[in-house]
Design a protein around this ligand. Structure first.
Ligand code: NAP
Length: 271
């Protein structure tokens, strides 16, 4: 029975990964969330509490809390783990609408936000992977996925002047390096590390944007259309998660994918 540990399954893409993967009764799914009671209720209401799903509580920014989940996961799976999906992330509104120079005009806020992004989106993923490597090495699939973003592609930022989401992009570029470095250490032991972007997916992030912020989003959309003329707006979690699962299933160390930063298409087309 393939086992999956996914962080951040309370909502958005994480919940959708859980929904799709738990539909196969052969899979064992363990989700990590900050609020277990609310997530258990959502899973009961929307998915009728599948018997192959276990929810554990931990803030991924709390090392001791993360460490405490390992023994429970080992009990549920029988001592191994096939897939580790580092999906949870701090996705701030703070940097969504302004370029880096404007953000830097509030130096204390910039410092606090970048440090929080680094702690949750980078350092906590290193801790997560490190804590779970003993179980992954005993697993069969041996796949570790960091959910990243096309915003982290410096070439795309450079070519299309993608000025917004600077702090988030910096944290995801660091995450990509985390995945590459773990690959460098563990590729020979058969562990595939990937940084996978789901594309642009509607999960309600900008639902409260004011008129000025909506103008910034439209400006970004126009740049996306320059990058990918077929781009017609965000996809759905359903479509995005299916695509990401297809990519991690088709990738392998043998194909040369170890440590790669890829889109939901399995290439560098982020949209
Ligand atoms: N949506 C997109 O267009 C898009 C595009 C590119 C990449 N991504 C990536 O996809 C992943 C999922 O994002 P999403 O769009 O589904 O965003 P989301 O709806 O904001 O979900 C973020 C998830 O992360 C969890 N989380 C945040 N901080 C946490 C912490 N300290 N400890 C534990 N869990 C924490 C949240 O839990 P709470 O409910 O407790 O807050 C939530 O479950 C992220 O890595 C994101 O960067 C998304």
């Amino acid at each position: 029975m393939p086992s999956y540990l996914i962080t951040g399954v309370s909502r958005g893409l994480g919940f959708e990964f859980l929904r799709q993967l738990s539909a196969n009764a052969d899979n064992i799914i363990i989700g990590i969330v900050r609020d277990k009671a609310t997530t258990d209720k959502k899973i009961a209401d929307e998915l009728s509490s599948p018997s192959n799903v276990t929810i554990l509580q931990a803030d991924v920014g709390n090392y001791e809390a993360l460490k405490a989940t390992v023994s429970t996961v080992a009990e549920v799976t029988g001592g191994s783990l096939d897939y580790l999906i580092a999906n949870a992330a701090y996705v701030p509104d703070w940097d969504s609408y302004d370029p880096i120079g404007v953000l830097a005009q509030k130096p204390q806020e910039l410092e606090e936000e970048i440090l929080k992004l680094t702690k949750i989106n980078v350092v906590s993923v290193i801790h997560l992977i490190s804590l779970y490597m003993p179980l992954i090495l005993k697993g069969t699939a041996k796949k570790v996925i960091g959910i990243t973003s096309g915003h982290a592609d410096a070439e795309a930022v450079r070519q299309f002047d993608l000025g917004v989401s600077a702090g988030y992009a910096i944290s995801k570029a660091s995450l990509n390096m985390v995945m590459a470095k773990f690959s460098a250490q563990y590729r020979e032991q058969g562990v595939l590390f990937l940084a996978l972007s789901p594309g642009v997916v509607e999960v309600g992030h900008h639902k409260d944007a004011n008129q000025q912020q909506q103008a910034a989003l439209w400006d970004l959309a126009k740049k996306f259309m320059a990058f990918a003329p077929d781009f017609r707006g965000p996809s759905t979690p359903d479509v995005a998660c299916k695509a990401v699962v297809n990519v991690w299933e088709s990738c392998s160390i043998e194909k040369g994918n170890g440590g790669a930063f890829l889109s939901h298409h399995g290439d560098k087309n982020w949209l």
